[in-house]
Design a protein around this ligand. Structure first.
Ligand code: PMV
Length: 307
């Protein structure tokens, strides 16, 4: 039984979303996790995840293993106490700890493949809820944006504890993603922002409100078919992220390089400090912006069209 889940990028509103402001995220289908569940010839739950060099039987893994714990949680949720004899094959092209949602994508694909194998059909809402529980195990206090955009595989306007709003773009637009290659745990940057917010909440609340406005205007621009407006909004959002201390010299270098190569705007995307940045580009300039990013030190780039 096969299932696949895309990567994601946050277009606007990361970090502010933790403080109940809206954020926009979109799926990136160029990178994905693929899970296949098959009957095994030998007893046990066998996990094969070549990208992380994992080949093991579930019971031999520590209980907090990032993949083992997801599988256990899914069985528990589905009410399965006698485990089937299966092989779970996990392949992924999503870079890890880079803000592309690899963890949530593994969980979404695992939940879907395992539940289908057990002939249990889960709604998007159930998948999303279960993956959110799993995200909490690994990330402390996630806003829930990653599991939502990846489960629904559509652009989302996300606010914590509010009904999920997916939306469509009035006109496709092109984004170049540039990876600093620096793994940056989101938990740390989220924790640092919390400490700064506790120290100077008035200033941070003002920043979060500005970002909330940006997300709102961005959604309207996308829906009404004026994505070119997003460039300037990205530049502003990046400035606020710098003020929140979550950018880094490497991210700033890539953001400036993208603008210099002709991008309409650029910002970091996700937790920050490392991981990825994104740039809005005219499709005709996508390749040259990607080249500009590589020359400025990006470890890889992805060109994606948001529909
Ligand atoms: O690093 P990512 O792409 O998983 O994004 C984290 C986004 C934050 O707003 C910083 C945290 C969150 O849980 O929303």
């Amino acid at each position: 039984m096969k299932a696949t889940a895309p990567g994601k990028i946050i277009l606007f509103g990361e970090h502010a979303v933790v403080y109940n402001r809206p954020a926009l995220a979109v799926p990136v289908e160029q990178v994905h996790v693929d899970v296949d569940v098959l009957d095994a010839n030998e007893p046990g739950v066998w996990i094969h995840a070549p990208v992380i060099n994992l080949q093991a039987e579930l019971s031999t893994l520590p209980s907090d293993h990032p993949i083992g714990s997801v599988i256990l949680k899914v069985f528990q949720h589905l009410g399965i106490s006698t485990f089937p004899n299966i092989s779970i094959i996990i392949n992924s092209t999503i870079p890890v700890a880079a803000g592309l949602g690899s963890g949530a994508a593994v969980s979404v694909a695992l939940v879907r493949a395992l539940s289908s194998f057990m002939s249990l059909s889960l709604t998007n809402e159930q998948v999303n809820q279960l993956v959110f529980e799993i995200e909490k195990l690994h990330h402390g206090t996630p806003s829930g944006i990653d599991n939502t955009v990846i489960t629904y595989n559509m652009p989302v306007y996300y606010m914590k504890d509010k009904p999920i709003e997916t939306f469509r773009s009035g006109k496709p637009f092109t984004i170049v993603v540039g990876d600093t290659g620096i793994p940056a745990p989101t938990k740390e940057s989220v924790g640092d922002v919390r400490r700064l917010w506790l120290r100077d909440s008035n200033r941070f609340e003002v920043i979060f409100n500005e970002i909330a406005q940006i997300s709102l205007i961005a959604r309207r621009s996308i829906e009404s078919g004026r994505p070119e407006m997003l460039g300037e909004l990205m530049d502003h959002n990046h400035e606020f992220l710098q003020q929140m201390t979550v950018s880094s010299p490497e991210l700033d270098v890539l953001v400036y390089a993208a603008r210099k190569a002709g991008a309409l705007g650029a910002k970091l995307s996700g937790g920050g400090r490392g991981g990825n940045m994104i740039a809005l580009v005219d499709p005709a300039l996508a390749e040259s912006v990607a080249e500009g990013l590589m020359s400025a030190g990006a470890k890889r780039t992805i060109i994606t069209e948001i529909k």
